[in-house]
Write a protein that binds this ligand. Structure first.
Ligand SMILES: Cc1ncc(COP(=O)(O)O)c(C=O)c1O
Length: 443
């Protein structure tokens, strides 16, 4: 069915005239009218005017329970009052001193205290920059060129990680990347420890980078025991193990998935929750590897052997103060316990709902994330075919009409989602899935 034939799309258009007008204006100025690929939506995206707690309101006055939560960054909710106050106070003191400042030390100290592998911490401005830097550090540390990456694992948008992101895995998710760069990354099926070892035996692998809980925020879960096996294997072959914890750190536990699963990597990449809803990221890890960035007051080392790392807004005071306030608020694990409980309730109630309605969907997940799949549960190596995006766009529109905004495949729950919001969400899914069924979407 095309969007024009769908009564859901028709109703969506009817209640969002201002969103549509903004999108038409945006499309004349911004390619595709959007500023992040995953905000793409047919017939058009919504435009949000304000947000608070777990809710947000669009320019047409529609209210939503939000499961985007700043792409997973806003674990303590939109406009958390203590974060807002801290950022406002810092704003008046200066947003960029062009110099070192005490806040970056406090921020690094918190990461060091919370995250098991974080002997040293270097701040960046995004998760993409963090994975880029971590891969560079691993290559410098080992003197080897290749990085091993799993099918279906996402590490941002830089040239080094666009291979093997979505099926078909032999086709990168972006044009414009040279064959030489693509060839520097070896792709491997997720959860296939044997294939990993075979690739390590080539002798040219610097690092294994992975999302520890599984690709795409756990859409493709890592099987029990695999992290332990990969830790042992990387140690045996001298390969740097990088956990990309941009999603999981501070969410699964104050110390991230590495604390939750009890497996410590050599390096970890951070962003999102780290900076409390402002832009920010970091690489953290073993002193020996991280120290490759440090100057030594030795011209030969400093110019020729060091890992270079710049970035105008790295550890800027606004991001630092938002990050510090957030990490202090979630350090005791209480927010994670609350969000994990909400996650378990939502997964169980949505699972029961799709079974009761007889809708061909699976609901699964871990911690404070739930996944809804129309393609069944993923196998050990993930989904082998492209997902049916049109069906997910339709679900998103149907949910928006019912007052819920959930991303296509995985939804991020915050510590501020209440029981009442969970009930509202389940009711919204019920109405949305019924509307989809009634227009033959599942046939
Ligand atoms: C696991 C993972 N790594 C890296 C990134 C890239 O982070 P950013 O969007 O901050 O560049 C993301 C973004 O969603 C992510 O989920």
């Amino acid at each position: 069915m095309t969007p024009e034939q769908s009564s859901i799309c028709e109703r969506f258009q009817k209640v969002h005239p201002r969103c549509q007008a903004l999108w038409e204006r945006a499309s004349r100025l911004i390619p595709g009218g959007i500023t992040h690929d995953i905000r793409y939506l047919t017939p058009f995206p919504i435009y949000v005017a304000r947000a608070e707690g777990a809710r947000k309101w669009d320019v047409d006055g529609q209210e939503y329970v939000d499961y985007w939560m700043g792409h997973g960054a806003l674990f303590l909710g939109h406009s958390q009052p203590r974060v807002v106050a801290a950022v406002q106070a810092q704003m008046a003191l200066g947003t960029h001193p062009g110099a070192c400042h005490e806040l970056e030390i406090r921020w690094a100290q918190l990461v060091n205290q919370l995250v098991p592998c974080a002997e040293l911490v270097r701040f960046t401005m995004s998760g993409t920059e963090s994975t880029h830097l971590a891969m560079r550090l691993a290559r410098a540390h080992t003197g080897k060129p290749k990085v091993l990456k799993f099918h279906g694992h996402f590490h941002g948008w830089h040239d080094g990680v666009v291979g093997g992101v979505q099926p078909p895995y032999d086709q990168p998710v972006s044009a414009g990347v040279s064959e030489a760069t693509l060839g520097e990354v070896l792709l491997c099926q997720a959860n296939d420890v044997k294939q990993v070892e075979e690739l390590f035996q080539r002798g040219d692998v610097a690092a294994l980078i992975m999302e520890p809980a599984g690709g795409h925020s756990g859409d493709l879960p890592t099987l029990p025991g695999v992290l332990e096996n990969l830790r042992a294997l990387t140690a045996r072959y001298g390969v740097v193990l990088i956990f990309d914890e941009v999603i999981t750190c501070f969410r699964y536990a104050p110390g991230g998935a590495q604390a939750y699963f009890g497996v410590t990597p050599d390096l970890t990449t951070l962003a999102k929750i780290l900076a409390g809803g402002l832009p920010g990221g970091a690489v953290a890890g073993r002193r020996e590897i991280m120290s490759l960035i440090a100057h030594r007051n030795d011209p030969v080392w400093d110019r020729g052997s060091r890992v270079a790392h710049a970035g105008t807004f790295n550890a800027n005071p606004l991001s630092a103060v938002a990050g510090i306030t957030t990490l202090e608020l979630l350090a005791d694990g209480e927010a994670q316990r609350r969000a994990n409980k909400t996650g378990a309730t939502l997964r169980s109630e949505l699972g029961a709902l799709v079974r009761r309605l007889g809708v061909p969907a699976e609901v699964y997940g871990e911690s404070s994330i739930y996944h809804l799949s129309f393609e069944g549960l993923p196998g050990p190596s993930g989904f082998d075919k492209p997902r049916n995006h049109a069906l997910y766009y339709l679900l998103r529109c149907a949910l928006l009409l019912e007052g819920v905004d959930a991303p296509l495949f995985h939804s991020w729950i915050s510590a501020t989602h209440t029981e009442e919001e969970v009930h509202r969400t389940v009711k919204a899914y019920e109405n949305a899935l019924k509307a989809m069924a009634s227009e033959g979407a599942f046939r």
